[in-house]
Design a protein around this ligand. Structure first.
Ligand code: M6R
Length: 369
């Protein structure tokens, strides 16, 4: 049942190309326009959406943070991401023109369910992005957009994360289409590039030998830091979460721009730091800024583990290790950049002899508040 892999998590990491491909399946008509049949909210209501609030927990919330960048960029609708367990208690500003999008692999997370119910009571439109057919959250929502990652058994979420990001992108492009057009990027071009991602993820999975070696070699690490910027910031948070839950190592993700506002004090010789580098064509010179962050921490002795696009030579002088990902446009990079971080956590936990599929103290779905 593990398909020849040692753990469900490893199997699910290798299923990621399919998770993305299947989540894209059947979302466009012959003319290349997005059609979301499952979204039962009338189109005229969706055109009235003035704000979007994403509610989710854990990895699903990080997918939501990635989605915020893309949906705001394409639609100019303000998007807020709320941890579902905080949402109800912060007197949320939600009305009938708010679309509350919940993201949940299981569809049973109590915190997320209660947030959706609260949003519905306040009159919001509710849409569930969910991986489990017939589960509670989609049933309690006005509309559902299923991710087609297939059942996820390992407690640590991997393929569901990629499928959630994919579904959020499809939703963002669909909302943009409904409202006229995208404010940035051409929806068809983005969809065409999304369709190329499964092959790129497959390619990337074939390059993970060195990451596995690094994980084994680093199995006695006491703390690992993760830096990212723009859509790479939630990827850094997700990389840290994977390492905490699987390997029980203290791990923190930071927005790279925050470094000089405090976290750089943590850097001492030998400190491992993963850095998710944006593609060189990311606007506002973000690439250059992250490269100089790498330079700064390297000068203080950090062991810099750099995730960079193919062809990005600027990182070489400051990297202890360079992990290459296939080149793609800035917005889609999380679908690739997170993969080495998943593989790293998996192999580090395995090297420590830990139960990768069932980490201590955790349950696959958290059905209590
Ligand atoms: O089933 P859900 O997507 O609602 O679960 C949300 C979180 O509990 C989940 O992502 C959790 O953070 C995972 N263990 C992360 O690997």
């Amino acid at each position: 049942e593990k398909g020849g892999y040692a753990t469900f998590m490893e199997k699910e990491i290798h299923e990621q190309p399919h998770a993305v491909a299947d989540t894209l399946l059947g979302r466009t008509d012959d003319a290349g326009r997005l059609v979301l049949d499952e979204v039962r909210i009338p189109e005229e209501r969706l055109r009235q959406v003035e704000r979007i609030t994403i509610v989710a927990c854990g990895t699903a919330a990080y997918a939501g943070m990635v989605a915020k960048y893309a949906i705001e960029h394409w639609t100019r609708i303000p998007v807020e991401v709320a941890l579902a367990h905080e949402f109800r208690y912060c007197d949320p500003i939600v009305d009938e023109n708010t679309l509350v999008v919940s993201i949940s692999q299981s569809g049973e997370t109590m915190d997320t369910l209660m947030a959706v119910k609260h949003a519905a009571e306040l009159g919001a439109m509710t849409l569930s992005i969910c991986n489990t057919h017939g589960s509670t959250i989609p049933r309690e929502s006005d509309a559902v957009l299923y991710t087609h990652a297939g059942p996820e058994i390992a407690v640590a979420s991997t393929k569901a994360f990629l499928a959630q990001i994919t579904a959020c992108y499809v939703l963002g492009l669909y909302l943009a289409q409904l409202r006229g057009e995208t404010y940035a990027d051409d929806a068809r071009a983005v969809m065409a590039e999304l369709h190329e991602m499964p092959a790129k993820i497959e390619d990337l999975l074939g390059r993970m030998g060195r990451v596995q070696e690094m994980a084994e070699f680093m199995s006695d690490s006491r703390a690992v830091l993760f830096l990212g910027r723009h859509v790479g910031y939630p990827v850094a948070l997700e990389g840290a979460l994977k390492l905490k839950e699987l390997a029980y190592i203290h791990a923190e993700g930071f927005a790279a721009g925050e470094l000089k506002h405090g976290p750089i004090a943590l850097i001492e010789p030998g400190q491992p730091v993963f850095v998710v580098v944006p593609s060189p064509e990311t606007p506002h010179e973000l690439h250059k800024k992250v490269v100089s962050n790498i330079q700064e921490i390297r000068a203080r002795g950090a062991r810099t583990l750099v995730i960079a696009h193919d062809g990005d030579e600027d990182v070489e002088p400051f990297a202890s290790e360079v992990i290459r990902i296939p080149h793609c446009s800035p917005m889609l990079a999380p679908l690739l950049a997170v993969v080495p971080l998943q593989v790293f956590a998996l192999h580090l936990a395995s090297a420590k002899g830990l139960d990768v599929d069932q980490p201590r103290n955790l349950a696959k779905s958290v059905t209590v508040e």
